[in-house]
Ligand binder design. Structure first.
Ligand SMILES: O=P(O)(O)OC[C@H]1O[C@H](O)[C@H](O)[C@@H](O)[C@@H]1O
Length: 291
């Protein structure tokens, strides 16, 4: 459909010449979704603060990743398994998707975006596919990615829903649900045996792939908020924050903002890719709610 009828609930904003954003203004939530990457940029429920982090320096430019909300990383997470010259986190986060449908109801708004393989994507990843991102916004947020194999050979897919959760102060946050699971520490390349304590933060870089699909709860004492992240179709949960020192070197993170977000990412990392046969599909989904 793409050209949505302008309603009081869903409207279109254009940034610059060609960056399109859908604005949702519903009794249960306010949200912004970029057509590029079918990326939720902001989501705020009627009760309070933004639940997702959007960097004050997030670039809204076609072709550049946007540091905000829920980027969809596909068909691989982080580096490509064999070719590090390919884009980090796959290629669909920086390409335009088509808006296929919008449904408004009392609990919220559901929007479906589509992305299909093209000759250009075949150059990056030699498979035919169709992606459907169904985004449901209301008092809860659900992002569901259905990856369909429309080709004639099986493919292996990785990926992640790279959720940036906003927090009041990371020093006052702990995460429950990861206790008892081993993780790969990407900062050292080491596998670390399970700890039985909740995960806490000390201003340093953290980049860990936990050996569990979740769910996890993010408890933020500074905001008096508990956020529940429930997932489907992932093999791991990634926890990432660059830390204060590294954040200063990242050009699209505002000064001091490293203390105000934590990325909690249902992921299918390298080495754990899922096989999708022709005509079949895999769903990767995350649901975020305030407990
Ligand atoms: O800066 P980006 O390309 O969005 O990636 C941001 C981060 O994403 C994931 O969480 C990875 O585990 C990190 O290693 C990476 O730095």
């Amino acid at each position: 459909m793409d050209d949505i009828p302008q309603s009081s609930t869903v409207s279109t904003i254009r940034v610059g010449a060609d960056f399109e954003i859908y604005r949702i203004d519903h009794p249960r939530c306010q949200a912004l979704i970029a057509r590029q990457g079918a990326q939720v940029l902001e989501w705020t429920t009627s009760t309070g603060d933004p639940i997702l982090y959007r960097s004050s320096l997030a670039a809204l430019e076609r072709g550049r990743p946007v540091r905000a909300g829920v980027p969809i990383c596909w068909p691989w997470f982080a580096n490509h398994p064999t070719d590090s010259s390919l884009p980090l986190h796959g290629f669909v986060r920086t390409l335009d998707w088509s808006l296929d449908s919008v449904r408004e109801s009392e609990p919220g708004v559901a929007m479906t975006f589509i992305f299909e393989s093209t000759p250009e994507t075949m150059e990056l990843w030699p498979h035919r596919f169709r992606l459907e991102a169904r985004i449901e916004l209301g008092a809860e947020l659900t992002v569901g990615l259905r990856a369909i194999n429309t080709g004639t050979r099986p493919f292996m897919m990785g990926g992640a829903l790279h959720t940036y959760l906003a927090v009041g102060d990371l020093a006052d946050v702990h995460i429950e649900g990861l206790e008892g699971f081993d993780h790969l520490d990407k900062t050292t390349g080491m596998c670390v045996a399970a700890s039985y304590d909740a995960l806490r933060f000390f201003g340093e870089e953290i980049d860990r792939i936990y050996d569990t699909p979740g769910p996890v709860s993010v408890i933020d004492r500074s905001r008096g908020q508990k956020t529940l992240v429930e997932n489907r179709g992932n093999t791991a949960t990634v926890i990432w924050n660059p830390g204060r020192l590294n954040a200063d070197q990242i050009d699209d993170i505002g000064t001091g903002e490293a203390d105000h977000f934590i990325a909690v990412e249902p992921a299918i990392p390298g080495g754990h890719e899922v096989e999708v046969s022709p005509g079949s599909y895999h769903v990767l989904l995350t649901r975020i709610s305030l407990a």
